[in-house]
Design a protein around this ligand. Structure first.
Ligand SMILES: [Zn+2]
Length: 167
């Protein structure tokens, strides 16, 4: 198994970044008016997928790229204060969150840790397509979202890099 990166290595890598940094004074609002909600999966690099650069986009990530009340609040806030006029909810193929039933996840974690996971409730996804449609609709119907803000749904294919729009 590959060894985890150390803080010292991260520090060195950051020095390289700092040496060519050109982001000073870029506004904190989303330059392209875009916000992407996606999964924490390490195969997804939102900026590269859409050819975006520093200052262009707001990105919210969690397990599965799922809407939940906290994320929804963040998006409402961003719609008014951070120039986010187009929201893209973008889960992906081969997502671990959609691959296992909750009971299996609990059992696996209990086996690995010897701890009690019976009350552990990560948001596992039954049907990825349905979940995405429901998240898009839910956000579209959020009465507090700024008037005129667009909400779209797409699934990112981790094998091809292709973004398949569903809405
Ligand atoms: Zn995922």
């Amino acid at each position: 198994m590959k060894k985890s990166v150390t803080i010292s290595e991260l520090s060195d890598l950051n020095e390289t970044f700092v040496s060519t940094f050109s982001g000073k004074d870029i506004p904190g609002k989303a330059g392209k008016g875009l916000l992407i909600l996606t999964c924490m999966d390490s195969r997804i690099i939102p900026h590269e997928i859409f050819g975006l650069k520093i200052g262009d986009v707001k990105v919210i990530r969690n397990a599965g790229g799922q809407l939940n009340p906290e994320v929804e609040n963040d998006i409402v806030l961003a719609s008014y204060l951070l120039n986010c006029e187009r929201i893209v909810i973008m889960p992906h193929t081969k997502c671990a969150m959609a691959s296992l039933p909750l009971v299996d996840v609990r059992n696996t974690l209990a086996d690995l840790s010897k701890k009690d996971f019976s009350n552990f409730t990560p948001r596992m996804i039954d049907d990825a397509q349905e979940k995405l449609k429901s998240d898009v609709n839910s956000l579209k119907n959020n009465a507090l979202l700024k008037e005129g803000v667009e909400v779209h749904g797409a699934i990112y294919d981790v094998d091809t890099g292709k973004v398949n729009w569903i809405d």
